[in-house]
Design a binder for this molecule. Structure first.
Ligand code: NAD
Length: 251
């Protein structure tokens, strides 16, 4: 399939998990991918893998919590590949602590990486699209924890709820420029962000209808669709890829 032919799409957090699988699927469908990640080796490895498979991809080292670095990433992408069709603001971290230990550093770190990064990507990305007269698409990674509070996740809950609202608010103001903004809310996805505690992962899996963790490919296929013209009527909303988590009461 080639429905993304000619597009140039930046994926933050592209070296691993959801971002990596999305990079592979979008490039399979013809998009040029900029794998943007703090993990430079991982980004380079994935870009090389895509190129070896006949696609086009570049790697860019970025700390998404820094606005000047996101601006530079967007300028570099356009210099390198001539346009900007989309940006997947996806990089994120978790830092779980009980609320009474949620010191300002732990709070701000997650807000910087998971929330402010999305603002920077939307702001500099949309400005560049308007400058280039591109009717592009922005997809932001939220979470089920943008709607449901979890113990130890005050910082993450706050950041992801903001991402849900920023997707709506951004869509409202960017529609007149033909730019769509959509969120995606993954459930529990089997990626390195979940850590190594198998008992904890098994407990999370029981909160899905199928009783299994969701594979990152399943989020990637929805994001790939959201970037496509077939999703032109999906705007401002956040699409859950949660195997029912937000729809039913767990044990
Ligand atoms: P992951 O750990 O596999 O990938 C995250 C990537 O982001 C890594 O490559 C990491 O190097 C990069 N990254 C982290 N901080 C960065 C920074 N400051 N600058 C640049 N890159 C940075 O995890 P994932 O599950 O693929 O996570 C992707 C997104 O999905 C995150 O926003 C996460 O919050 C969200 N999410 C994940 C789950 C889940 O269960 N895995 C659930 C809901 C939401």
């Amino acid at each position: 399939m080639t429905q993304h032919n000619g597009k140039v799409i930046i994926i933050t957090g592209g070296a691993s998990g959801i971002g990596k699988e999305t990079a592979l699927q979008l490039s399979d469908q013809g998009a040029t991918i900029v794998v943007a990640d703090y993990n430079e080796d991982g980004a380079k490895k994935l870009a090389a893998q895509i190129e070896a498979a006949g696609g086009t991809a570049g790697a860019y080292k970025v700390d998404v919590s820094k606005g000047d670095e996101i601006k530079a990433l967007i300028d570099w992408t356009v210099e390198q590949y001539g346009t900007l069709s989309g940006i997947f603001n996806n990089a994120g971290i978790g830092l779980v602590k009980p609320f009474l230990e949620m010191d300002p550093e732990s709070y701000h770190r997650v807000i910087d990486v998971d929330q402010h990064s999305v603002y920077y990507g939307m702001y500099y990305g949309a400005k560049k699209m308007v400058e280039l007269n591109v009717q592009g698409t922005i997809v932001n990674t939220a979470s089920i924890y943008g709607s449901v509070a979890a113990v130890g996740s005050f910082n993450y809950n706050a950041a992801k709820a903001a991402v849900v609202m920023m997707s709506k608010s951004g869509a409202l103001e960017l529609a007149e420029h033909g730019i769509r903004v959509v969120g995606v809310a993954p459930g529990f996805i089997e990626t390195p962000i979940l850590g190594d505690d198998q008992a904890m992962k098994d407990a999370l899996a029981t909160q899905h209808m199928r009783g299994e963790l969701i594979q990152p490919e399943k989020v990637a296929s929805v994001v790939t669709f959201l970037f496509s013209d077939a999703a032109s009527a999906v705007n401002g909303t956040t699409v859950a890829v949660d195997d029912g988590f937000l729809s039913f009461k767990t044990k």
